[in-house]
Design a protein around this ligand. Sequence first.
Ligand SMILES: NC(=O)c1ccc[n+]([C@@H]2O[C@H](COP(=O)([O-])OP(=O)(O)OC[C@H]3O[C@@H](n4cnc5c(N)ncnc54)[C@H](OP(=O)(O)O)[C@@H]3O)[C@@H](O)[C@H]2O)c1
Length: 288
Amino acid sequence: MNVLVTGANGQLGSEIKDCQHQFKALNLVYADLPDLDICNEDAVNTFVTINGIEAVINCAAYTAVDKAEEDAETAKKVNVEGVFNLVKAMENVNGKLIHISTDYVFDGKKSIPYNEEDTVRPIGVYGNTKREGELAVINSSLEGIVIRTTWLYSAYGNNFVKTMMRLGKENKKLNVLFDQTGTPTFAGDLASACLAILSNEQNRIDKAGKVYHFSNEGVASWYDFATAVMKINKLDCEVLPIETKDYPTLAQRPHYSVLNKTKLKKNFEITIPYWRDSLEKCIQKLNS
Ligand SMILES: NC(=O)c1ccc[n+]([C@@H]2O[C@H](COP(=O)([O-])OP(=O)(O)OC[C@H]3O[C@@H](n4cnc5c(N)ncnc54)[C@H](OP(=O)(O)O)[C@@H]3O)[C@@H](O)[C@H]2O)c1
């Protein structure tokens, strides 16, 4: 199967490149800006035709959460119009689509893990555009699914793990939020899950519904996450817990982002690693 990976130079796209050798049935074709802009409908259709694309993993997104508050137009273009273009292109060839979304579609007011049927209520521009993008897939006749994920990090791009490693080397003390709870999620694990789902061609990927949740197992605050990064790297930096009110940002973040992954694990028979184990794996990769 010829599979297009959009936004291929981002965190998830890069981790897909690293694990593709484990999924020999898939012929992965990678594209990112400036070569393929998902907002350009004609370019998407031409790319799909020329390369005989039969499925897409959409890793392309406008992911700058704070910037989106001041540039809603661009965020909407990429996270909504871009997704519509991919949906239409796959509808034209009877193809499949795995679209990646986010816990930011929820308001974070729950205190037990969010499942797929929970009411969505985004609290910022980024979350709103990601929700609209989800609807493009959900309301289509396409064999497509939305996988919501959360607190993504990887060996690539800018992310919390790399920032903590840098700051941990430069500082003796670091203030980190302890009142936002979620699950650190290694993009390498999500990459493997997406490829495993597409590798199993026996069933329609959307036979059990269009929305799934994926994160690593377990729960942490940003403080726990930062402390684990320091510990694994043996960095002599004390992490101090602070509250969200003492670290103002342009966009509001959900206070609780833990996702219930039962549906994805059961339907696709996927085993998900514990977040600390995957964190060690990623840090090993970064330090090697
Ligand atoms: N990062 C997180 O913590 C997190 C959490 C939950 C969900 N997610 C979701 O997970 C998915 C993957 O996230 P990620 O962290 O891998 O994102 P990322 O590292 O920001 O990668 C996104 C990629 O898409 C590219 N892109 C932007 N606009 C595009 C366009 N119009 N056409 C084609 N490509 C375009 C970006 O290029 P440029 O860099 O040049 O803009 C970048 O290479 C996204 O859907 C995101 O919403 C992320």
